[in-house]
Design a protein around this ligand. Structure first.
Ligand code: SER
Length: 323
């Protein structure tokens, strides 16, 4: 299936990492996926079924030690500050997102790592980018520090592909919706919080305006995009670290209407904050034809299918007192 066997996941306790690790362990075996994070107490799903190490991506020496200890030949770097947290602490966002990435690229070059996955984001786009059906190759002039680090990260990763022949790959994730681990510090996080509040209290106060349309994706499709690109045949790839991927686009209003199909009494009100300006600089919908053509990307979930699944999962968690 692939030319790598031992995968290191950095930032594995976060929203995506905590679900990607179990998925990769199903394919590669528990002992062949080494989960790492700053967090000393990640969820049981990560820590109980395979190797776990505490690792700060900024510590290049510790990163090298773990690579040698386990014979790592593939690295997935999920350690990053997202858009909203990045605006509160731009220096920290720059440090973690850029110095973390260059550490990953440098140790990969030095240790013969065969494949690196480093995600980008719709935050790479900015207000000058066409906002509807945003093209693959277009204007990248983001206005958030997170976006600046994502564009610089795409360029840096592609530099390592060109200069050193490293096999670095990445997609521009849209907002990711999931029910396992909460996202932290993103502008699209409302689309997760709304489900928790809908199930727990039947109402939600949204920090984005009702007509703010953003590209979004349900976690199973996010995992599929990640793993499919990791496994793609290199010879078919024309792009590397910057693939547009799309699944659905919606506004707080259309998401509310979808939730009301399953929770009829659900209500929403609005208290707009600084994240509106970030959202207003991002695309409304994404053209992912390059991902479809180069490695066969195709999403499975639309808005109503995702809503139904989210509500079922969260109702179950609520009934068990887990949320
Ligand atoms: N979900 C991210 C954010 O809102 C976008 O990549 O920051």
């Amino acid at each position: 299936m692939s030319d790598f066997k031992k995968i290191l996941v950095i930032g594995s306790a976060g929203q995506i990492g905590s679900e990607l690790v179990p998925e990769l362990r199903k394919i590669y075996g528990n002992d062949n996926v080494i989960a790492t994070d700053l967090n000393p107490t990640p969820c049981a799903k990560i820590i109980d079924f395979g190797p776990y190490e505490i690792l700060d991506v900024l510590n290049r020496e510790a990163l090298t030690t773990i690579i040698k200890k386990y014979g790592i030949d593939c690295i997935v770097n999920m350690a990053a500050l997202l858009s909203a947290t990045g605006e509160k602490n731009p220096m920290l966002a720059w440090n973690v997102n850029m110095n973390g990435l260059i550490n990953v690229l440098e140790v990969s070059r030095e240790n013969g790592i065969k494949r690196i996955f480093n995600p980008s984001s719709i935050a790479a786009f900015g207000p000058e980018t066409p906002r509807d059906n945003t093209p693959q190759d277009t204007i990248l002039k983001p206005k958030s520090m997170y976006g600046v680090t994502k564009v610089a990260g795409e360029l840096l990763a592609d530099y390592y592909v060109m200069k050193y022949g490293l096999d670095v790959r990445g997609v521009r994730y849209p907002g990711i919706i999931s029910h396992e681990t909460l996202p932290g510090g993103g502008t699209t996080d409302y689309a997760v919080a709304i489900f928790y509040d809908a199930v727990k209290t039947g109402k939600y106060t949204c920090f984005l305006k009702e007509d703010t349309m953003l590209p979004m994706m349900y976690m199973p499709d996010c995992l599929k995009a990640t793993i499919d690109l990791m496994h793609a045949d290199k010879s078919t790839l024309k792009h590397h670290s910057d693939f547009n991927v799309a699944a659905m686009s919606f506004t707080p209003k259309t998401l509310t209407e979808s939730i009301q199909k399953y929770i009829p009494g659900f209500s929403i009100d609005y208290n707009i904050d600084y994240r509106q300006a970030i959202a207003d600089s991002w695309p409304r919908s994404i053209d992912d034809s390059s991902a479809r053509a180069e490695w066969g990307w195709k999403p499975s979930y639309d808005l109503d299918a995702m809503t139904q699944d989210m509500i079922e999962a969260l109702k179950l968690k609520h009934s068990k007192g887990l949320i």
